[in-house]
Design a protein around this ligand. Structure first.
Ligand SMILES: [Zn+2]
Length: 330
């Protein structure tokens, strides 16, 4: 399956032009937040490099033997490397498999293509092995690395890849696409704001129960500082929600309060639907308290996101208690 999203077009144009001029680098790093369709664009390039008779616009013909093999996930010149399970590491054995793959010549006389996603999942040994391939790239082989967090990659890996940067996509294009996917949805800009402007994340957010949960969470964050809610009960409520999502929303709420305090009441906020509540709360909360919360939330985010088996309930209780006394000056 080749998926072409409209916000990819300028990036695709650059890549396709380089391909046509035979100036495609041997390694590309597709980077940007999750939910931009980075892997889909990398797969589209892989399809072009494998197809025997690509179309003039760079799309694969979908007819030739190579396209059929690729569609059946059975093309010998294509290797996909990903963690065995989401959240796990990419191990050195997987990169050894890549080294063997690179030592072969292409079965179909076109390119050999490897896709590594997410590249930041490589453990230290795996990354070091990959570096050796990048230092002496085999001919007619293209490595496609996808990363949601390129800063987590070794600098020496980053510097040997050409960046395909998804952070500068045109917001008008993503808004229009999302409006087409969600006709009559009242809160398209909010959905994108809550998703770091990533349209695929925004779409998933609209389709689940997440917005209701966010409403409950923000209600409790508005009431906790006024003493209208019991922190332990609130923490129980948060415990029924998806933990990483709770922290993510809480961080965006705290950041908004800090923005309003530092840059004034008219400064832009992420939670645009709650501007009135934010403007009411911001002047009543001492800034050092907000920074204290920000640190706690970042730490909780890392703990919950990491591989350690941390129970979020204890973290939620401390956070709810701190939110409950956020107005107190000490
Ligand atoms: Zn083809």
């Amino acid at each position: 399956m080749i998926t072409a999203f409209p916000w990819h077009e300028p990036l695709w144009h650059t890549i396709h032009t380089a391909y046509q001029k035979d100036r495609l680098p041997h390694a590309l790093l597709f980077c940007g937040v999750q939910g931009m369709g980075k892997t889909a664009l990398a797969q589209r390039l892989a399809a072009l490099l494998l197809c025997e008779t690509p179309l003039a616009d760079g799309n694969p013909c979908q007819q030739c033997k190579a396209c059929q093999l690729r569609q059946a996930n059975n093309h010998p010149d294509f290797l996909e490397i990903a963690p065995a399970e989401a959240g796990k590491q990419i191990l050195i054995d997987q990169i050894r498999q890549l080294i063997q793959f690179c030592a072969l010549t292409s079965h179909h006389g076109r390119y050999q293509v490897a896709l590594i996603h997410p590249a930041e999942a490589m453990n230290h040994n795996a990354a070091n092995s990959l570096l050796k391939i990048l230092e002496e790239p085999p001919a007619k082989t293209v490595l496609l690395l996808v990363s949601h967090q390129p800063s987590a990659l070794m600098a020496t890996i980053r510097s040997r890849c050409q960046r395909v940067d998804f952070s500068k996509v045109n917001p008008a294009v993503t808004q229009q696409w999302l409006s087409q996917q969600l006709p009559n949805h009242p809160a398209i800009p909010l959905l994108l704001n809550l998703s770091a402007q990533a349209p695929l994340t925004a779409l998933a957010l609209a389709q689940g129960d997440a917005l209701n949960q966010r409403q409950q969470l923000l209600d409790s964050l508005i009431k906790l500082p006024t003493g209208q809610e019991e922190p332990i009960k609130v923490a129980e409520l948060w415990g029924q929600m998806e933990a990483i999502q709770v922290i993510h929303w809480m961080l965006s709420w705290t950041m908004d309060l800090i923005r309003l305090q530092l840059a004034g009441q008219q400064s832009p906020v992420t939670n645009i639907d709650k501007r009135n509540a934010l403007q009411g709360l911001a002047p009543t909360v001492p800034l050092p308290r907000l920074f204290e919360l920000l640190e706690m939330e970042k730490e909780a985010y890392q703990l919950i996101k990491g591989t350690s088996n941390v129970k979020p309930q204890g973290l939620f209780e401390s956070l709810a208690i701190t939110w409950g006394r956020v107005r107190r000056k000490e």
